[in-house]
Design a protein around this ligand. Sequence first.
Ligand code: M6R
Length: 591
Amino acid sequence: MCGIMGYIGTQSAQEILLNGLEHLSYRGYDSAGVAVQKENRLQIVKTRGRIDLLRQKCQDTPLDGTLGIGHTRWATHGPANDLNAHPHTDARGRIAIVHNGVIENHAQLRQMLTARGFVFRSDTDTECAAHLLRLLYDGDMLRTLLLAARYLTGSYAIAALCADDPSALYCIRSGSPLILGTREGESYLSSDIPALLPYTRELTVPEDGEAAVLRRSGIYLFSAKGQRRRAQTFHVSWDMQSAEKGVYPHFMLKEIHEQPQALHSPPIIRKLPARAPSQAVLLGCGTAYHACLLGAYYMERLAGIPAFPEIASEYRSRIAFPYRDCACIAVSQSGETADTISAARMAKARGAVLVTLTNTLGSTLERMSPAALLTPAGPELSVASTKAYTAQALALLQLALRWGRMRGTLQEALSEQQLLHLPHWAQEMLSSSSAIQAYIEPRADQPLFFFIGRGADAVTAREAALKFKEITYTPAESYPAGELKHGAIALIHEGMPVIAICTQPEWLHKTLVNLSECRARGAECVCFCLPHMEKDAREAADHVFVLPDMPPLLAPIISVIPLQLLAYYAACKKGLDVDKPRNLAKSVTVE
Ligand code: M6R
């Protein structure tokens, strides 16, 4: 939520900030702005709307200078308008800041600052930090920033410029992501790695509570007490193309098509415990939670390990039993989801061994976990998660196999050869894109869709419905097929699409009966099934899509792909902004 970018060096700051913000715009796109320092003056341009509007404004008023900060906003406090756009400044325009996160005590700070004569111009929580810096400023910006942090509660990554100091850029983080990068004569900061890839792959992440001073000569880290810490860099191997759309019209389509590659290699493992646990809690939000559901299915089915998937934001309200011999698997593409981080902390405090499954090296979750699995999916920039999900599902399956072998409880064998075939099945699935497009386009304006399935297929149905709602803005329900007749079947009406996923032979006939029940009430029924199920499926469904011939245990990793395409083509047909759906942001760093 919100992206910040900062630069100090020898090139035009404006250009680097605008390019960086474009890469970060998946984090929020309500408004955008930049501040560039020229000698002892701060110049600011900001606007409601997206980066292209900001770029236009900057063309009218070019900002000259080689030191600056920028922001792209996902509104939390106050509507998306010019006034609420960042950067925010103190009253004299001498200190400018950009902020990602939420300052939870902003109301008290606002009251205190107003009483001291500070006048607020925006509705944002951020503006109080700008005035607070002015109140505390003693000529040393680093000291001021560290002092101000003592008054701020909540989560923040803040970058600041001070007109008195044209040779440095300042930043501090607590609970929000902040990546620093450097190369000869230049230093950068950003909320995420892809924005830095055109410039450098040597990166540093400040610890929570740390501040940094970025100079042309390099990056200097300081603890909350002001003690200098040597910056440790790490190298990212993601290439530039992985953060560009290339020949695809949208990142989402590109990322759907990258799934064969994402399923090609196993996750990179960092320090997994030598013993398998006797139970597992899996935590995640949204699509990552759906991966948890599938992961729990694999843990129990393959490894005989009791597994409990939990929505991270709900987990915190669960009664706190201490855990013994329990792994907590925190699943998050970004590794920055605030709810997942908080829930993982809680599980850790309850005694679970924390294992993070993430796509993002250097993310908060990765860094706070003693053990991690890194999915090899490459950067995922479309707000709708696709390749991260299939990579997470495979990683959890592999973890279940590993733990099942270790415990001697492996219930069902899957050969390496079968796993190696996943990219081919994914590719085969992608080649049926045009059939999916042809089916959905004439139905894109239907007011309601139902996705149903049983067992692992019920998980795929949930993920399909989430994807559909998220990017088409059409109500889409997902139901375990057997649950429909306990209430939701009342919603079925003439011509309504009901889409069944059938990959588990033991549930085929029951699901098909449920589909027939919908058809009898006027629904238009669709079935995605394995080849040997086709004949039966045709009896119950109006349209049948045959999936590749694969083992049912692996099918949930592949069967989601046509459903991602279904949502994608429906959203395109409706002319919607597929990569940046309304009201959303890629990385949800507020609770
Ligand atoms: O970065 P994370 O995997 O922790 O994100 C979790 C959810 O916010 C995310 O999966 C969200 O549900 C997606 N936009 C769904 O496509």
